[in-house]
Design a protein around this ligand. Structure first.
Ligand code: SF4
Length: 250
């Protein structure tokens, strides 16, 4: 994760500390990142960053420099840039795209109905769609990717609508991830996952026109340390249809 450990935003499902980094950036980070990738002998990487609303370019210049430096030193390495929305700033987005990552991901995170309450107010469902659409328009050859967390109270049809919305702006790769609250203060887990049997999934994949030949087969989902949820058995809800909130959960 680039651009520090403090995010200027405060999404309710995220454990990254919120604050104001005060415009401080590490100009050497792109070089050190490329060195680390070389040392680890990685063949593909996912680069992401915190949101840096304190910077006029949202950190895009550092993000892009990291991609360029990695490609310069290690041309075979495949790079997915999992980017923030850069506040929808088109010229900033172009700076990032010009660094030519193999995949550009931007997570829509959740369904439209839940976005306002769960994501930072400066983010938004439509803004995320706009960012993904602009990437496709500016660089049609770049694979665009997004991700939806499941378990925050979304309905199955809402998830399918979100998939349609992503498809309508040209998104070619999608990950569905199980939400696990990263702390007691985070948004509570509502359900462990939405049942989508394989037959329906196949049908929906077909109707959504998914790109099954997409070459980007690696996954951007970060690993969350396993936490115990004794009240949330896989594939089961409580009798009320909702998992019992844990003490301290909002
Ligand atoms: S913008 Fe990203 S890193 Fe920042 S709080 Fe939201 S999810 Fe976490």
């Amino acid at each position: 994760m680039l651009l520090g450990e403090v995010c200027t935003r405060a999404c309710r499902f995220c454990a990254v500390p919120t604050g104001n980094p005060g415009g401080i950036v590490d100009r050497e980070e792109p070089v050190r990142l490329a060195e680390a990738i070389a040392e680890l002998r990685l063949s593909s990487v996912v680069l992401t960053s915190v949101d840096r609303d304190d910077l006029t370019d949202g950190g895009a210049s550092i993000f892009a420099a990291a991609i360029r430096e990695t490609k310069r030193r290690l041309p075979p390495v495949k790079i997915e840039a999992l980017i923030p929305d850069f506040s929808g700033n088109d010229s900033v987005l172009q700076t990032l795209i010009a660094s030519n990552p193999d995949v550009i991901g931007h997570n829509i995170e959740t369904v439209r109905r839940l976005s306002l309450g769960l994501r930072d107010p400066r983010a938004g469902y439509d803004q995320s769609l706009h960012v993904l659409e602009r990437v496709r328009e500016i660089s049609p050859q770049t694979i665009t990717k997004s991700s939806i967390m499941l378990g925050l109270g979304e309905e199955r049809e809402e998830v399918l609508q979100t998939m349609r919305d992503l498809r309508s702006v040209g998104v070619r790769a999608l990950t569905l991830g199980q939400y696990l609250p990263p702390s007691h203060a985070a948004a509570p887990l509502v359900a462990t996952f939405i049942q989508m049997n394989s037959r329906n999934s196949r049908t929906k994949r077909g109707s959504l026109g998914s790109a099954s030949s997409c070459p980007a087969r690696w996954c951007a989902a970060p690993t969350t340390p396993h936490r115990r949820f004794p009240h949330a058995q896989a594939d089961h809800r409580s009798s009320s249809g909702r998992s019992r909130p844990r003490p301290g959960a909002r």
